[in-house]
Design a protein around this ligand. Structure first.
Ligand SMILES: *Cc1c(COP(=O)(O)O)cnc(C)c1O
Length: 463
């Protein structure tokens, strides 16, 4: 059984002509607040500042390429999610989007919880003082060592992803004399992509336990029978960079029907459901993301309505935004190195970073925008492709964009909305040194993840 529930939106990649690009903005000097962090502005002398500090000053002090993270914006977004979901719901920031000890402390202070999906992320969270009971541990193949560490630390929940893991976590918890709170991750048969979703019976992917064929019900049956586990709820995560709430609606309906089946079979109403993350942000001016309060309202209404229909008490809801909190808060600052006009095609602008600091364009065909930030220009727009310095023709940072045609080597350009899945997916390809993350707030800039050095590289190479 498979049905296509929504047609592709007009911006879906499949329906765009090859080589599509939007027309240039009327004025390339204007920074669209949708894609730039909150405190980013163009100053009177024409250059751009963040947190009150000019990008040229930042480049001198910290070098390029570098990620500059607007702490004021990060905290505001975290708080907006927290406030929108109120006291009857929990917000778990998905650490995989970007995690550092400073970020953990901001989340703690702003009242958010934290998702981790590896021993390394768990170690980072604990070392920065996130209370263990506010941490959720995810992953489709957590090692015995990782599970043991998580149970010992007392994490608030482990999200169980397979039949083997149900037994594994129960066994570890019991041998440590603990009863571990767990959620069971189910796949509801909703594949959500940006402007469309597809509802099916089965999902062809590695995460979770299928709702179809009674698999998830069987998982709940087994977990409830094990002393080492306290089953607190059901988890569903349907995708990423999603704008359309309809996929969440189908997911919530299917999760609630499982809760009703559990009540009918076991006489218990599980107290929590987690609807995952995946909410979209604006990478370009064409994207129109929803505000946290709209999302909270929509999800709350869907769950309440479905529970009323099933005569269930409304469970406590949790959500797991990663990208939606950190994505818009940072930009990557690059220096232009070479400029190569290809007659009749476009101009290739090479910067001092590339796929090692932003793999998303190569990996997901992601779209980004870019702006000249060290000065203004009234020159005509030229169609550019911003590329990196790696030995690979797929090393593209921004596929299609417009920059002023008087662009010159030494100019600083910035790619906005790189807070999520850029530093966290950065690599050492070509022995690149991964860039620093610099937090900027109220006229002060502070390195929160330092730039790698050749010494760092050579330390791992033991000869
Ligand atoms: C990746 C992930 C998230 C966060 O996704 P975003 O697109 O960054 O919001 C949340 N929950 C789970 C289980 C995930 O795997």
């Amino acid at each position: 059984m498979s049905r296509s529930a929504h047609p592709a939106g007009p911006r879906h990649a499949d329906v765009l002509p090859e080589g599509h690009y939007s027309a240039p903005a009327d004025d390339l000097n204007v920074l669209d607040p949708k894609v730039w962090a909150q405190t980013v502005t163009r100053t009177e002398d024409g250059s751009v500042s963040v947190g009150g500090i000019d990008v040229s000053t930042l480049a001198e002090q910290f070098g390029t390429p570098a990620y500059f993270l607007d702490e004021t914006d990060f905290r505001a977004r975290a708080r907006a999610w927290r406030t929108a979901f109120g006291h009857d719901a929990d917000v778990f920031y998905a650490g995989k989007a970007f995690l550092s000890r400073a970020v953990v402390r901001w989340l703690h202070e702003e009242g958010l919880n934290l998702d981790v999906c590896s021993g390394g992320e768990l170690a980072t969270a604990l070392s920065a003082g996130m209370p263990a009971d506010r941490i959720a541990f995810h992953g489709n193949n957590k090692s015995v060592a990782e599970i043991t560490r998580a149970v010992e630390a007392g994490v608030g929940r482990i999200v169980l992803d397979s039949f083997q893991e149900i037994v594994r976590v129960a066994h570890i918890a019991q041998s440590l004399g603990r009863r571990q709170r767990v959620q069971i991750r189910v796949t509801v048969g909703v594949e959500a992509h940006t402007h469309e979703f597809i509802a099916t019976a089965h999902e062809d992917q590695k995460f979770g336990i299928a709702l179809a064929d009674g698999q998830a019900a069987e998982a709940v049956r087994r977990a409830l029978a094990l002393d080492g586990l306290e089953v607190i709820g059901i988890h569903s995560h349907i995708g990423s960079q999603i704008f359309d709430m309809a996929g969440f609606e189908v997911a919530a309906r299917r999760v609630v029907s499982l809760l009703a089946a559990i009540r009918d079979e076991h006489g218990i109403e599980l107290p929590e459901i987690d609807l995952g993350g995946g909410l979209g942000i604006a990478y370009t001016s064409d994207d129109d993301p929803r505000e946290p309060h709209e999302i909270a309202k929509a999800l709350g209404e869907i769950v309440t309505r479905e529970c009323e229909a099933a005569k269930l008490r409304t469970p406590r809801i949790s959500v797991e935004p990663g990208r939606a909190i950190v994505g818009p808060t940072a930009f990557t600052l690059y220096e232009v190195g070479t400029i190569k006009p290809l007659e009749g095609l476009r101009t290739y602008v090479s910067v001092d970073g590339g796929m090692s600091d932003n793999i998303r364009t190569a990996l997901y065909d992601a779209e980004y925008s870019v702006a000249l930030v060290s000065r203004t220009s009234d020159a005509e727009p030229m169609l550019v492709r911003v590329v990196g310095k790696h030995c690979e023709s797929g090393d593209i940072v921004v596929k299609d964009a417009f920059l002023p045609s008087d662009l010159a080597p030494g100019d600083l350009i910035a790619v906005p909305a790189t807070g999520a899945y850029c530093r966290s997916m950065a690599s050492n390809y070509n022995h690149a040194l991964r860039p620093p993350v610099v937090a900027v707030r109220d006229g002060e800039a502070r390195v929160i993840v330092r730039r790698e050095t050749e010494e760092d590289l050579l330390r791992l190479d033991v000869g």
